[in-house]
Design a binder for this molecule. Structure first.
Ligand SMILES: C=C(CC[C@@H](C)[C@H]1CC[C@H]2C3=CC[C@H]4[C@H](C)[C@@H](O)CC[C@]4(C)[C@H]3CC[C@]12C)C(C)C
Ligand SMILES: C[S@@+](CC[C@H](N)C(=O)[O-])C[C@H]1O[C@@H](n2cnc3c(N)ncnc32)[C@H](O)[C@@H]1O
Length: 368
């Protein structure tokens, strides 16, 4: 073959491969965000690498850094940075619901996610006309499922303004914007009046709070008396041993790759809820058998991760994705290994469910 023909063939094959990786395979989640649209939230392209370095130095030793009083105040800002860095990658590689769910035999991930979200509606007894609060709403996957399934109105709050815009756009596209509202704010001090919600829920979000009392206290304040609150909590289980270096390494890996200021123990949750005034109606680790593993979705995707890393690297080389995205992707890849290990060993669960009620007459009212 002539040199010119060979060069042409190589060029055509090269362009074809790039097209295949980026546009065809790059849409990791069916009909999801495409790899070519990966931005880094509200961070400008030139600041991505710096922001990632700042995030990493803050959360590298999560418990020591983030629980010290002075640093605890900074946690929401770093959580905001974290979600600027990961939101598009999550949407691209996972979907619009940023949480886990037990696998369901013969059902897709999408269906299993739905079922896990609709369980919240059943627990809350949510009805048309109810006003529900979604504490830490992400880009609103659960909010839309819950509004559609229950007929309720949902108000979501997230610290990250990029997520607010994404969630609003998704709500409009789903035709749910008249019943789903999204507010940018801190769930440790919420911009809502007392007793303004019929019910509330949080899905894998309150783990970002340095003190669970603070967010539970706020939910208690904004709920009407008699209102119910469901939370899916990330916790270590009774199998976790603080003296086992493998356990410590696994849990620290989860904390630093997920912007967590120290995971709580499973047995702490109910007592914190009671401390702020809630009645505890139910408590259950939804990951325990007969539930099927939640981590298989992470584990089975090794080939997909390898492909995704390649896509991200190629896009960075072509300057389509900003510099720093590969590092963020690598961090998530490592986090996935720690999460899988946490699930397999049973030392960690992302779905310790508590169902709480604000008493009809609160202690302060009774004292009057
Ligand atoms: C509740 C939280 C987030 C939970 C999950 C939605 C995310 C935790 C780890 C994330 C991921 C890990 C590996 C990524 C992979 C390398 C990439 O190619 C595609 C996206 C991932 C699968 C990504 C997706 C979201 C997670 C599973 C925390 C933050 C409290
Ligand atoms: C893992 S995501 C879960 C999102 C959503 N519940 C879901 O399941 O798709 C955690 C969410 O909590 C929000 N969050 C974390 N800390 C917050 C804070 N202090 N105030 C408000 N939102 C916060 C994040 O912005 C993000 O939207």
């Amino acid at each position: 073959m002539e040199a010119a023909t060979m060069a042409w063939t190589a060029a055509v094959v090269g362009v074809g491969l790039v097209y295949w990786f980026v546009w065809v395979m790059g849409a990791a989640e069916v009909k999801g965000k495409r790899a070519v649209d990966l931005k880094m939230g509200s961070i400008t392209r030139d600041k991505v690498q710096d922001k990632y370095t700042q995030y990493w130095s803050f959360f590298r030793r999560p418990k020591e850094t983030a629980t010290a009083a002075a640093s605890a105040e900074k946690v929401p800002d770093f959580v905001d940075t974290f979600y600027n860095l990961v939101t598009d990658i999550y949407e691209w590689g996972w979907g619009q619901s940023f949480h886990f769910s037990p696998s369901l035999p013969g059902r897709s991930h999408r269906e299993a996610t739905r079922v896990h979200e609709e369980r919240v509606v059943d627990l809350l007894g949510a009805k048309p006309g109810h006003r529900l609060l979604d504490v830490g709403c992400g880009v609103g996957g659960p909010m839309r499922a819950i509004a559609a399934h229950s007929g309720s109105n949902v108000v979501g709050i997230t610290i990250n303004d990029y997520q607010v815009n994404r969630a609003r756009a998704h709500n409009r596209k789903a035709g749910l914007d008249s019943r789903c509202e999204v507010v940018c704010g801190n769930f440790l001090s919420m911009p809502f009046p007392d007793a303004s919600f019929d019910g509330a829920y949080s899905i894998e979000a309150t783990c970002h709070a340095p003190r669970l009392q603070d967010v539970y206290g706020e939910v208690f304040r904004v709920l009407k008396p008699g209102g119910l609150y469901v939370s899916y909590e990330w916790v270590t289980t009774s199998l976790y041993r603080a003296e086992d270096p493998d356990h410590v390494d696994c849990i620290q890996g989860i904390e630093r790759g997920d912007a967590l200021p120290g995971l709580r123990r499973q047995d702490e949750i109910a007592s914190i809820a009671k401390e702020v005034g809630f009645e505890v109606l139910k408590e259950q680790d939804l990951a325990l058998p007969p539930a099927l593993p939640w981590w298989t979705r992470l584990k089975m995707g090794r080939i997909a991760y390898w492909r995704n890393s390649l896509v991200v690297r190629v896009l960075t080389m072509l300057r389509i994705a900003p510099k720093g995205v590969s590092e963020v992707h690598e961090m998530l890849f490592e986090t996935a290994q720690h999460l899988t290990k946490g699930g397999e060993t049973g030392i960690f669960t992302p779905m310790h469910m508590v169902l709480l009620r604000k008493p009809v007459a609160t202690a302060t009212e009774e004292a009057k």
